[in-house]
Design a protein around this ligand. Structure first.
Ligand code: AMP
Ligand code: MG
Length: 336
């Protein structure tokens, strides 16, 4: 199969709708990362998503709908604060986990009694979702464990030959996956951090908690136990107060004839000497650049030397969650 990258227009939307209704997959842009979309009510389409990604079959998928879709077809809204959240942040990078009504394939939820639902805030994606007018199950459009794609070209590099169409909606502006929020309890619980932060949720609901990734709480967020986001090159992650050690590693790798590259924010860059991939200054800017720079890094570097970020923004929590999974902590016994 030859994978085509298509601009979003009447022709590509028509083709995509045909593919989706025939239980085939289409990669779609969103404001967070690109998604690998399939008909959420079809066991076969959902099976194809898991196969194309090599995704573990106990990691449930998020279902995407357009902004006028009636969510109550899919899920029960148990608390009135859920409507306040929908009004405030949807469309947007917020996924709500709610008790489902059995409308979508059981393989979407991996047998859980809850379903994760999102309304993406991306013009091209909304056009697609409105055109197909069915719920679309879509995890990130990358091979499992690899860094998530934020351009159509990134998707192509991972899934060429496995899907027919990638809808090209430009570079994703948000850059990290949505905040996943469990709203089945009187107080909402963040299962995965993202650009809709705990403070933003508290402002609307009055309270918000983080899931404890220990003991029985782990099962509330199945995806969080897996390796994620890893670039194909070696990595070493340093604390912000370990810059001399990071520089030492850079110089050592260079002296072996290999290519080290720093991955850091603009604030620490002047304290490091060598090739750098700069992430930006603000939390949002760093989130937006993170996967793009990791994917650029794996192409040019033998070892990516990353420095933890700390902008003081709440968005740092989501960014550091990704960065610390993408890059291994520096280990003095490793042969870089
Ligand atoms: P991905 O689509 O790869 O960005 O991952 C989706 C995330 O949503 C994973 O972390 C899943 O564990 C989480 N998720 C999806 N459905 C549910 C659900 N019903 N309950 C809890 N977490 C969910
Ligand atoms: Mg993913």
């Amino acid at each position: 199969m030859n994978t085509k990258i298509l601009k979003i227009n009447d022709n590509s939307l028509k083709l995509s709708k045909n593919l989706i209704l025939n239980e085939e997959l289409v990669a779609i842009p969103t404001e967070t990362v690109y998604g690998l979309g399939g008909l959420a009510t079809s066991d076969l389409a959902v099976k194809k998503i898991f196969e194309a990604k090599g995704r573990p079959n106990d990691n449930p998928l998020i279902v995407h709908v357009h902004k006028d879709y009636d969510l109550t077809k899919l899920v029960h809204v148990d608390f009135s604060y859920v409507y306040d959240l929908i009004n405030a942040y949807m469309p947007g990078p917020l996924t709500l986990v709610m008790r489902h009504k059995g409308f979508v394939s059981r393989s979407v939820t991996c047998g859980l009694d809850t379903l994760a639902v999102r309304i993406p805030d991306h013009e091209g994606c909304q056009q697609f979702l409105r055109y197909v007018d069915v719920p679309i199950a879509a995890p990130s459009a990358n091979v499992s464990k690899h860094t998530s794609p934020v351009t159509a070209e990134h998707v192509y590099n991972d899934l060429n030959g496995k899907i027919e169409v990638i809808l090209d909606g430009g570079k994703c502006s948000g850059g990290i996956e949505s905040t996943v929020l469990d709203v089945t309890k009187p107080v909402p619980v963040i299962l995965r951090s993202g650009l809709v932060t705990a403070e933003m949720i508290k402002r609307v609901v009055g309270a918000c908690e983080y899931v404890q990734n220990t003991g029985s709480e782990v099962v509330r967020s199945p995806g969080m136990k897996y390796v994620h986001y890893t670039p194909k090159c070696k990595t070493a992650l340093f604390e912000r107060n370990e810059l001399p050690l990071a520089q030492e590693l850079y110089d050592k790798i260079l002296s072996k004839g290999k290519v080290p590259v720093f991955l850091c924010d603009d604030k620490v860059s002047h304290k490091l000497c060598g090739e750098k991939l700069l992430l930006g200054i603000s939390g949002e800017e760093i989130a937006s650049n993170l996967y793009d720079k990791l994917l650029e890094g794996e192409k040019i570097a033998d070892v990516l030397i990353a420095i933890k970020i700390d902008t003081g923004s709440e968005v740092d929590i989501g960014v550091m969650n990704r960065l610390s999974k993408a890059c291994k902590p520096f280990n003095e016994n490793e042969d870089y």
